[in-house]
Design a protein around this ligand. Structure first.
Ligand code: NAD
Length: 359
């Protein structure tokens, strides 16, 4: 048996976690679930949205399937997702974007994987607020050392991109491509403008690519990449991107394949791998057995592949694809008309997926 932490989350989290767990168990995968809580529900009882027992369970098992968690507002707690990312050094965000027949989209033949760097770039959280003494001191220093001048009423966000940080994420993208039998890695940047951050990213990408002669390598400037993804997405395979471009382009790519309801993801690092849907906790649907469990179930498929339980992963993905293609036993958001009375609930959609796995 492989031990996996199941974080049930809050909002719609517990319902979709239950649906995903049942579908994964139906594949016969030998998984022992370690149930753990995080989010607003447990906070009401224990006074913290992220109990030590949950962190300890992830640390012990190294693999977690996580349902969405509401970011507490005005409680003094920062985002649990950010906390988990930093605690476990989850440096790679993996976002596969694949067309499934039956999902409404303008495109029908997309099979892309985005690999986003999670720790550096403009999202490193190194910011200087307009007017603060530190900010004025920094502006003064910069104005003395740079040809370009910064106005004294500017706010500043810093964009660090390191050799070590770039090397490990580009290597992650190539290793993933190799493991999954993919052909090409495209490194995305704006090296023509930001020579010392994106330029470094591009140089390191090229260096790392030399260690993977079996995988094709190319680079694209981010603005051109956006146009290409809209016009010719079928030309791309694995994309590796710094944090900010990765955030923006993963939503663009989710849009290419039909949106949040079917967008799985994973945050992978040196100490753990956490698999989760791209969407949030949709609190207004809490407890209604209404929302689509597909994104979390497909995150479970990614998890099974990570655990090298390939037969179980294939069985689950094929069952989900078949149910979506039939379009009958799916949740309201997958129907052409959202008020369609034939839409089924979260658990009923899981039941039909389970029946397909067993057939
Ligand atoms: P959201 O993704 O929770 O919901 C936006 C809308 O998308 C919903 O109102 C609903 O119409 C639709 N939707 C989302 N998931 C769906 C599903 N499975 N089936 C059908 N429809 C679905 O985004 P939000 O409202 O911006 O965020 C709500 C909370 O979730 C916030 O506190 C946010 O911080 C948090 N969040 C958490 C995660 C995470 O845990 N990884 C990710 C994103 C947002």
């Amino acid at each position: 048996m492989t031990n996996v932490t199941l974080i049930t989350g809050d909002g719609i989290g517990p319902e979709i976690a239950e649906a995903a767990r049942r579908c994964i168990d139906a594949t016969g995968a030998k998984i022992e679930w370690d149930l753990a809580e995080a989010g607003t529900d447990v906070m009401k009882r224990e006074g913290t949205p992220l109990p030590d027992a949950t962190v300890e369970s992830i640390r012990k098992n190294g693999v977690a399937l996580k349902a969405p968690i509401t970011t507490p507002v005005g409680t003094g707690f920062r985002s649990i997702n950010v906390h988990l990312r930093q605690s476990f050094d989850l440096y790679a965000c993996l976002r596969p974007c694949k067309s499934y027949k039956g999902v409404r989209s303008r495109y029908s033949d997309i099979d892309l994987v985005l690999v986003r760097e999670n720790t550096e770039d403009l999202y490193a959280g190194i910011e200087f607020e307009k007017g603060n003494d530190d900010t004025l001191e920094l502006i003064d220093w910069l104005n003395r050392h740079s040809k370009r001048k910064i106005e004294p009423d500017a706010g500043i966000s810093i964009k660090p991109i390191s050799v070590a940080g770039t090397d490990r994420i580009v290597r992650f993208a190539f290793d993933y491509a190799r493991k999954m039998g993919r052909q090409k890695v495209t490194s995305v940047h704006k090296a023509n403008i930001m020579k010392f951050s994106d330029g470094l990213w591009l140089d390191v990408s090229r260096q790392v690519a030399k260690d993977y002669p079996d995988i094709e390598f190319e680079d694209r400037i981010v603005d051109n990449m956006c146009m290409q993804l809209v016009q010719k997405p079928e030309l791309y395979d694995v994309l590796v991107l710094p944090n900010l471009y990765g955030d923006i382009l993963s939503d663009l790519c989710a849009g290419l394949v039909g949106g949040l309801g079917v967008a799985p993801g994973a945050n992978v690092g040196t100490k753990a791998a956490i698999f989760e849907a791209t969407h949030g906790s949709a609190p207004k649907y809490k407890g209604q057995n209404k929302v689509n469990p597909t994104a979390l179930i497909l995150s479970g498929v990614l998890m099974l592949r990570h655990l090298e339980m390939t037969a179980a992963a294939d069985a689950l993905e094929n069952a989900v694809a078949a149910v979506i293609a039939e379009g009958k036993d799916v949740t309201y958001d997958m129907k052409p008309n959202r008020d369609d009375p034939t839409a089924v609930g979260t658990q009923e959609m899981a039941d039909v997926i389970i029946a397909k796995i067993r057939n």
